[in-house]
Design a protein around this ligand. Structure first.
Ligand code: PMP
Length: 359
């Protein structure tokens, strides 16, 4: 067989661990709890469905490529992000943004620094470019480790990958720390992955106006509930946008994804209601796990991380009750840990009845 590129040879295929049973049961959330991928547990704003149906009935234009550059979506994002359109690129999920950055800026042997545990798929994109990755481990997984990051950095570090709130630990970075890193490492491209920003409301977004070495990435897959449609975006200095534009595919966001994301941004009341539900649910889970003396991290994102005595048995017991969570025990600092996404109060009350049979 023809061999893959040298940098790709050490990589292994992504193993789809999502339970098909959980997906097939959707949207019947009463019997199945799909809590393994940090998605929203409810349908997006009704305006999203209306916009998609209106698009299909009034245009019937699925034969044409989508609006190039997602310009209507970029317009809507200006208001939402507070940065102007020349700073923004819409992408096919934020994975597409992360891969675009790696493809544009990384060559064989370039140095990349990433505090771990982190969102692993970024590491795959960087590794596929032949990057030399330094993974920074903290003493404890649930605190930020700016000092450790600085120890690993040098002036020839090409990319620093930060996630805030972090997946899978939920650690939120202080924008002041991000700013100091931007100042102190002007030759390093700093990626700030804010896939879970809406849940924490802490952001480094305004910094992209000031620092030409910062890229913020975000997604519609989490708080906005559009994971199936694959819409994300990045924001950065226009000089970075110019660099990325050399590879950027202007038709990367499909037409239905574009109208859906615009519609979702037009209904921030719906978003805020869901964020309030998740906050209240996290309090219920906090009380539940405290009552069981369980070692649980209730994160600022839409997931909790729980350390258990017998993980394989716990996972089996949860699955037997239709509760699908994610095994994160293989991640640095997360021995015996599972991660589980958080939904509405109504869902969480029913979930806790099943958790009570296991914990
Ligand atoms: N970044 C982080 C930190 C994530 O957790 C995820 C999804 N799990 C992504 C990026 C990618 O999400 P999407 O491509 O759906 O935007």
């Amino acid at each position: 067989a023809i061999e893959v590129a040298p940098a790709v040879q050490a990589l292994t295929p992504y193993i789809a661990v999502t339970s098909q049973a959980a997906i097939e049961a959707r949207p019947n959330g009463e019997t199945t709890f799909k809590l393994d991928w940090n998605e929203s547990t409810i349908a997006p704003s009704p305006r999203v469905h209306e916009a998609i149906l209106a698009h299909l009935s009034s245009h019937r234009d699925l034969n044409w490529y989508p609006q190039l550059g997602s310009t209507d979506l970029v317009d809507a994002l200006q208001k939402y992000t507070g940065v102007s359109g020349e700073h923004i690129l819409a992408t096919n999920g934020s994975d597409d943004a992360l891969q675009l950055i790696c493809n544009t800026y990384l060559s064989e042997g370039d140095k990349v620094v990433a505090p771990v545990p982190t969102y692993n798929h970024f590491l795959v994109f960087a590794e596929s470019r032949g990057a030399d990755i330094t993974r920074v481990c903290a003493d404890t997984a649930f605190t930020s480790n700016i000092e450790g990051i600085r120890d690993a950095m040098s002036q020839d570090t090409r990319i620093l990958y930060l996630v805030s709130p972090n997946n899978p630990t939920g650690v939120v970075l202080d924008p002041k720390d991000v700013e100091a890193l931007c100042q102190d490492y002007p030759e390093t491209l700093i990626i700030l992955d804010e896939a879970y920003f809406e849940f924490s409301q802490v952001t480094g977004m305004p910094l992209v106006r000031e620092y030409p070495n910062l890229i913020v990435t975000r997604t519609f897959s989490k708080a906005f509930g559009l994971a199936s449609l694959r819409v994300g975006y990045l924001a950065a200095d226009p000089r970075i946008i110019e660099g990325l534009s050399r590879i950027y595919n202007p038709k990367s966001v499909n037409a239905l994804g574009q109208v859906a994301a615009v519609a979702a941004l037009s209904d921030l009341d719906y978003l805020n209601d869901f964020l309030a539900e998740v906050r209240a649910s996290k309090e219920l889970l906090r009380e539940f796990f405290a009552s069981k003396n369980a070692d649980a991290q209730i994160t600022p994102a839409n997931f909790v991380v729980v350390r258990v005595d017998n993980l394989p048995e716990t996972l089996r017991a949860l699955e037997a009750r239709g509760v699908y969570v994610r095994d994160r025990s293989g991640y640095p600092g997360l021995k015996d840990c599972l991660r589980m996404s958080v939904g509405t109060v109504e869902q969480t009350e029913k979930l806790i009845e099943r958790l009570a049979e296991v914990f």
